[in-house]
Design a protein around this ligand. Structure first.
Ligand SMILES: Cc1cc2nc3c(=O)[nH]c(=O)nc-3n(C[C@H](O)[C@H](O)[C@H](O)COP(=O)(O)OP(=O)(O)OC[C@H]3O[C@@H](n4cnc5c(N)ncnc54)[C@H](O)[C@@H]3O)c2cc1C
Length: 496
């Protein structure tokens, strides 16, 4: 059943004589092993090392035991063999945007395999299939697909996010209601497994692995290349935003319910999100169609959420719409050096009860609006009757939230140079708790791409993967029994 191509890898384990702490001994041994296999690496103590291990979320720094920067698939295979033979846990890093710094391990002492040099993007104009390296960033990928053939895939809005982690755990953006998640565009992936073998996973080859990769990829291997079925980028699309004013709690309750109800009628072509912060509400999105089509589609929602105080509706070329929604250039440098200091949580709800909506709005108006904490929340109309995400059968991929109508990100952050406040985490936990505590008997998920490091492994397994966890655990046992690819919330983590 496990029809993997076995390719023996021999790595010379140099007999290193290093004195000092166990940490130094491990560091010396892994350094020697990577060097013997001629794999480029950053050397601890150097400026390059300090820069290389700086996470996107600087609230969560971790120190790896080594950081390899492979140039070839053979390097990745050899680095995996080094880690396995020395008993060192491995984490892959692509764009480094993990909210929980999981690509640094989510704890100290991992071998990090940084795929930043795997950033090629090549479109086959005949088949429309694009080969994309995991280290490519979303902005550069969108630009390359557009320039090479006016093609696109579905993905998130921020240009700096890496393709690797994004695709392997979902990949939601302003085309997802129309075109699905980034992982729904995936037709195959090339992967280095824990035993060092190099395989391709697709619907016809290594199918269990392919299923697992599309929702829980970090636990199963290191993807060195993605193969996406692209679609024709639309020539023109509508992007819109409407500032709302919900001055009372009643208005906010009505507005929230209207959003949820809209998932029953929202046309496939419409993509909608609500951004909220203290006293700030923006309804925005993208419509794949004409201005007339957009006006007809949005009318039933606008009727219920109140007249906007300010509106913008633009007809843009595809690539310009991505630029406008990103609010920054799509071109991202190889030596990417952007950081933030934040804590975030997520929710994936099927149907929020009236009681939970009221508790949520109470917290929002009575506590959050007057808090000194800098926060925002984004509520996406992820699913519903006409959503391309919902139309994919629940068991087709390991992504477990096909039935979620709304997807939420709750985020609290500080400006550069400030310290993240102690009450920031309980503040967001309580905000999310207004829904989870009120709806204890309902299925409520969380999105692993917004990894919440305060969840225990058991909690994380349950909310990220719902009823798919058991099958994921079986596949993990078969492919990576030694739990080489690990982080504090990975499949089968910790010891079970
Ligand atoms: C500013 C910002 C904006 C975002 N916007 C969106 C959005 O619009 N929509 C959305 O859905 N998400 C969004 N996210 C979340 C984002 O999708 C996840 O953080 C994603 O995992 C980042 O991928 P990465 O490659 O940059 O991260 P990394 O930190 O490199 O990786 C994340 C996880 O994937 C694993 N991994 C990475 N590469 C590989 C590989 N090649 N093989 C196996 N495992 C691998 C890592 O070990 C780690 O566990 C955003 C995040 C940030 C910080």
């Amino acid at each position: 059943m496990w029809n993997f191509i076995q390719k023996p890898v021999t790595v010379l384990l140099a007999a290193t004589v290093v004195t000092g702490s166990p940490q130094n001994l491990r560091r010396g041994a892994i350094h020697d092993c990577l060097s013997a296999a001629e794999i480029p690496q950053e050397i601890p103590g150097t400026d390059n090392w300090t820069q290389a291990i700086k996470p996107y979320n600087i609230r969560l720094p971790f120190t790896p035991v080594a950081l390899a920067v492979p140039e070839t698939v053979q390097h990745v295979q050899d680095a995996v063999t080094c880690g396995r033979e020395l008993g060192i846990t491995i984490s892959a890093r692509s764009g480094g945007h993990s909210y929980a710094s999981h690509s640094l391990g989510g704890e100290d002492g991992h071998l990090v395999i940084d795929l930043k040099l795997f950033h090629d993007i090549k479109l086959d104009p005949e088949t429309g299939i694009a080969q994309v390296g995991p280290g490519a960033r979303l902005g550069n990928t969108a630009l390359a697909l557009w320039e090479q053939g006016k093609k696109a895939i579905s993905h998130g809005t921020c240009p700096g996010v890496g393709v690797g982690g994004h695709v392997l755990h979902g990949g939601y953006g302003f085309s997802s209601h129309t075109r699905g998640l980034a992982l729904d565009n995936l037709v195959a992936a090339d992967v280095v497994l824990a035993d060092g073998s190099f395989v391709t996973a697709s619907a016809n080859e290594n199918c269990d692995l392919f299923w697992a990769l599309r929702g829980a990829g970090a636990s199963f291997g290191i993807v060195t290349k993605f193969h996406f079925q692209t679609f024709d980028a639309p020539e023109q699309i509508i992007i819109y935003s409407h500032d709302l004013k919900w001055q009372t709690k009643d208005a906010a309750i009505t507005g929230f319910k209207a959003l949820q109800d809209y998932t029953n009628i929202q046309p496939t072509e419409m993509n909608t999100r609500l951004l909220i912060a203290s006293g700030y509400f923006v309804l925005s999105g993208v419509y794949y169609g004409t201005q007339e089509g957009y006006e007809a589609a949005i009318a039933p929602l606008l009727e219920k959420v109140g007249t906007p105080t300010n509106s913008s509706v633009q007809n843009l070329a595809w690539i310009d719409s991505l630029r406008a929604n990103a609010q920054e250039p799509l071109e991202m440098p190889l030596d990417y050096d952007y950081h933030s200091n934040f804590f975030a949580k997520s929710l994936m709800t099927r149907w929020v009860t009236d009681e939970a909506v009221e508790k949520f709005v109470d917290y929002w108006y009575d506590i959050a609006n007057s808090s000194s904490i800098l926060w925002f929340a984004i509520i996406d109309l992820h699913g519903g009757v006409n959503s391309a995400i919902t139309k994919v059968p629940h068991n087709a991929t390991s992504y477990a939230h096909r039935s979620a109508t709304l997807k939420y990100e709750f985020n609290s952050l500080v400006f550069p140079g400030e310290t993240y406040p102690e009450n920031g985490i309980p503040f967001l936990n309580d905000f999310v708790g207004t829904i989870t505590e009120t709806m204890k008997n309902e299925t409520i998920g969380m999105y692993v791409n917004y990894a919440d490091p305060t969840l225990t492994a058991e909690q994380a397994h349950k909310v990220y993967w719902l009823d798919h966890y058991e099958r994921l655990a079986e596949i993990k046992e078969a492919l990576d029994p030694g739990k080489l690819f690990e982080n504090p919330q990975a499949i089968l983590s910790p010891e079970t």
